[in-house]
Design a protein around this ligand. Structure first.
Ligand SMILES: [Zn+2]
Length: 276
């Protein structure tokens, strides 16, 4: 019942946000903030919206107008214009995916190392979140570093989230710092990158599959391919960090820290919570 109430409140808040955005000209799409939103039947039903799973040449949709705005903003950013030699700018602001939209999107996709097919889907959305996403809560996006990979951006991560196609990659600035510290320490011992999975959505919206991750202070770290010794080491590093408040995992591996909470449903990831 609690869940139903929460969903209802989210939908109401969203409707209010959307009517405001129409007046101000800003965009606020569930789980996407200022970035063009993608969705599935499941996520659309949850948020009461009608996003497509992808957008391509010839289609018309309100989110295509957002995409065109995003692409124009990215092209104008820094020295990005130099990447667009011979590519006509997007001049229209309507919701039709025209040739200029496709050509500009291809430049963006190529720059981000994505399949440059001119079709905007979840992978392009994640990259756009990383490039120009503006979190209304001040969250920052987890990007790949030399010490960890954002699993949400991998082919496997993207296909595993086929049901909802959301981008769970946002955390508070201090959680990001904590993550950087933990990953650097772990890498220093094992020269192995951590795989960071579900954090929060850009706007901290409730999610259908992961409602405990809304505050930007929760991160899942996959233990796929880790030895027991590596799992134990990561637990040791995490609980020694003063900003870590709790780690949910299926075993303590003999450690005594009260920060570790044994949870049998956390056999495939560490759920890390931070104070700030
Ligand atoms: Zn979790």
């Amino acid at each position: 019942m609690r869940r139903m109430n929460k969903k209802f409140v989210t939908a109401l808040a969203l409707t209010a946000a959307m009517s405001v955005s129409m007046v101000s000209g800003a965009f606020a799409a569930a789980g996407h903030a200022n970035v063009a939103a993608v969705g599935t039947a499941s996520s659309n039903s949850f948020y009461g919206v009608s996003y497509q799973s992808s957008y391509s040449l010839g289609q018309t949709h309100s989110q295509i107008a957002v995409l065109k705005n995003n692409l124009r903003a990215w092209r104008a950013y820094g020295s990005n214009e130099s990447l667009f030699t011979g590519v006509a700018p997007i001049t229209s602001t309507n919701g039709t995916f025209d040739q200029a939209t496709k050509d500009n999107l291809i430049v963006f996709q190529r720059n981000k190392g994505l399949t440059a097919d001119g079709i905007y889907g979840a992978a392009s959305r994640n990259a756009m979140h990383g490039a120009i996403g503006s979190s209304p809560r001040g969250y920052v996006r987890i990007k790949n570093t030399t010490h960890y990979t954002n699993y949400n951006d991998t082919a496997t991560g993207l296909s595993n989230d086929g049901t909802y196609k959301l981008d769970h990659s946002f955390v508070t600035a201090s959680t990001k710092t904590t993550l950087d510290q933990i990953a650097a320490s772990f890498y220093g011992t094992y020269a192995k990158k951590l795989e960071i999975n579900d954090a929060s959505l850009i706007d901290g919206a409730d999610t259908p599959e992961h409602s405990s991750h809304q505050d930007g202070k929760s991160v899942d770290i996959r233990n796929y391919g880790m030895t027991a010794a590596q799992e134990k080491k990561l637990l040791e590093i995490a609980v020694a960090n003063p900003n870590v408040s709790q780690v949910l995992f299926y075993t303590k591996h003999g450690l005594t820290s009260s920060k570790i909470v044994v949870r049998s449903d956390h056999a495939d990831h560490f759920h890390l919570s931070t104070v700030n």
